[in-house]
Write a protein that binds this ligand. Structure first.
Ligand SMILES: C[S@@+](CC[C@H](N)C(=O)[O-])C[C@H]1O[C@@H](n2cnc3c(N)ncnc32)[C@H](O)[C@@H]1O
Ligand code: SF4
Length: 288
């Protein structure tokens, strides 16, 4: 016989609670993306949105009474568009309403086109302890075909900044991209591995309904080639010590890793960013 219980009672049976917080704005909508995300043409209404989120959380409190928060994931959209002050306010209010475990994993998703040294440092100071970067590819042609707001050098710069500020970094990559070859797919994986992040996500590019790519499909590798890419990527990551624990997710074994970048290199990166130096060659395609 199935027993029905009120949600509030169900909530107390489970120990750890994983909180997902959606921050739905992006600089520009990517043509392949069907996430709930919107272009931030008039800026992000940070204060109003955070107030609405907290109201939502307050309304849900009776459902989760007694449960401790073991992880918080701020996904998007592009949460790194929010100011560090806004993220600080959000996390402070969450901590006021809920019991967050001292060692809870607190992740923020970031787009390399929004990477700044001070901002990453301030996210860290606000309590974010894991950064998830949407790299997609290190190949400038693929980044352009994907309509990304950053080029390959900004992608690398963002990875270095992330590794200098966070002990726990995830890199999102996609494969089976327009005109991509097996060599190209593996080159992206190898470059990601060479940075030594704790986690790599490798997503097969899918054509999702209601996206630009779905309506005007680009030329993609065929099914046999993309299946071969998937196998080759899994073998490459296994060989590099990444455990394949979920469909597209690969993690280094849970031992604490030293920052793979020397501190001198981190200092130089931060100085370069503070002085407003860009990795961009003047006249190149800019962020919109
Ligand atoms: C919310 S986004 C990550 C953060 C940020 N918005 C960005 O794109 O840089 C989550 C990830 O989903 C993956 N993704 C989005 N649309 C996809 C699609 N159609 N097929 C496969 N992966 C996709 C991308 O790798 C992306 O980085
Ligand atoms: S992939 Fe990321 S940056 Fe691009 S539209 Fe989707 S959520 Fe925004």
């Amino acid at each position: 016989m199935q027993q029905t219980q009120p949600y509030s009672a169900l909530g107390t049976q489970h120990s750890g609670l994983a909180l997902y917080i959606h921050l739905p704005w992006c600089v520009r909508k990517c043509p392949y993306c069907d996430f709930s995300s919107f272009e931030s043409r008039e800026g992000v209404p940070e204060q109003e949105y955070i107030a609405a989120l907290i109201k939502d959380l307050e309304a849900a409190l009776p459902l989760i009474w007694g449960r401790k928060v073991v992880s918080i994931f701020m996904g998007g959209g592009t949460p790194s568009l929010f100011s560090a002050r806004a993220i600080d306010t959000l996390l402070t209010q969450v901590r006021t309403l809920l019991s967050v475990e001292p060692h809870a994993e607190i992740t923020l998703e970031a787009n390399p086109g929004t990477a700044e040294a001070q901002k990453f440092a301030d996210f860290r100071a606000a309590g974010v302890n894991r950064l998830s970067l949407g790299i997609q590819s290190f190949n400038p042609r693929h980044l352009q075909a994907l309509g990304r707001i950053h080029d390959d050098r900004e992608a690398r710069f963002a990875v270095e900044l992330a590794l200098c500020n966070f002990d726990n970094v995830n890199l999102d990559l996609m494969y089976a991209l327009p005109e991509q070859t097996m060599e190209g797919a593996l080159a992206d994986i190898r470059e990601a591995v060479a940075f030594g992040p704790q986690h790599i996500s490798a997503y097969h590019l899918t054509l999702e309904p209601n996206t630009v790519f779905y309506n005007q499909p680009p030329s993609l590798p065929d099914d046999d080639m993309s299946a071969a890419m998937q196998e080759a990527i899994e073998a490459e990551l296994a060989g590099a010590g990444y455990e394949h624990y979920e469909t597209s997710a690969f993690a280094k074994k849970r031992s604490p890793l030293p920052n793979p970048l020397p501190s001198r290199q981190c200092e130089q990166l931060c100085c370069r960013s503070r002085r407003g130096h860009s990795l961009r060659v003047p006249g190149e395609r800019g962020q919109t």
